[in-house]
Design a binder for this molecule. Structure first.
Ligand SMILES: C[S@@+](CC[C@H](N)C(=O)[O-])C[C@H]1O[C@@H](n2cnc3c(N)ncnc32)[C@H](O)[C@@H]1O
Length: 247
């Protein structure tokens, strides 16, 4: 099977590349090319956005709080296998890797070659983190592989049909009793002034995000999946949410 250019670059950087990536080259989805080319696909995107202060500003100063809300669910030191679906600008993955205990292992999957290159550079060859060129809507990992699966601000970027497949895939690859941890946008309270600031921004730049203002993440669960537990917490006047689904 022919290896993608991104995969060849990841291997050249000395990052562990598992067999699961040896599939047909993964294509950048149309919504990412059309709607988010400026943020994630164009090589200059990384030069602009890979700044901790900027990603923190985009989240109105909540980056560390929301990042740490994920880590709280993982119970450091992390002993099992964690999958992070989609790269994140800023120090999210490097910090997550620091929470790994001696038997912990982190996999990160992303569909954009530019983002894979950027993460490989940030991780600088960390032996316990593997990067996979994969689409969240069609993960190559076997069922029930992971103790925890993390999706940090991914769902709001995806059209509904892709989002539903991403949620289904996250639930498929987590072990029974394991957690899928979503952090994403949420419909803020009417009394929250950021509601009126974010409404035009999201409508203009992130057209699929409004779905998360109107609907619950559990709405995109496959009908056959009956989670053992669902916990939801909101942050910053309801603009953000963490939803933890225990399989
Ligand atoms: C997690 S989201 C946004 C996170 C956050 N806004 C930040 O600071 O980066 C961005 C990432 O999602 C990835 N992504 C989008 N659609 C994807 C898909 N279908 N499969 C895998 N990764 C995807 C993009 O390539 C990008 O690296």
């Amino acid at each position: 099977m022919r290896k993608s250019a991104a995969l060849r670059r990841v291997e050249a950087a000395g990052i562990a590349v598992p067999v699961s990536t040896m599939r047909a080259p993964v294509q950048v989805p149309r919504y990412l090319e059309q709607t988010y080319w400026w943020a994630y696909v164009h090589p200059n995107a990384v030069k602009v956005f890979e700044r901790q202060w900027l990603v923190n500003l985009i989240l109105w100063g909540n980056y560390a709080r929301l990042r740490n809300a994920v880590f709280d669910e993982l119970h450091s030191p992390v002993a099992g296998r964690v999958l992070q679906v989609a790269c994140v600008y800023g120090d999210f993955t490097e910090m997550l890797a620091q929470h790994l205990g001696p038997h912990g292992k982190l996999d990160v999957a992303d569909v954009a070659p530019v983002q894979i290159d950027n993460l490989a550079r940030k991780l600088n060859g960390s032996p316990r983190v593997a990067i996979h060129h994969q689409d969240s809507a069609d993960l190559a990992f076997p069922d029930a592989t992971y103790d925890s699966v993390v999706l940090f601000f991914l769902l709001h970027e995806q059209p509904e049909s892709v989002r539903a497949r991403t949620v289904a895939e996250a639930l498929r690859v987590v072990k029974p009793g394991g957690k899928v941890i979503f952090v994403d946008y949420h419909g803020p309270r009417r009394s929250n002034p950021f509601r009126y600031v974010m409404l035009p921004i999201l409508k203009w730049l992130e057209p699929f995000a409004m779905d998360l203002w109107r609907r619950e993440i559990t709405d995109w669960l496959p009908p056959a999946v009956q989670p053992a537990r669902v916990e939801k917490r909101t942050y910053f006047g309801g603009l953000y949410q963490k939803v933890v689904i225990t399989r």
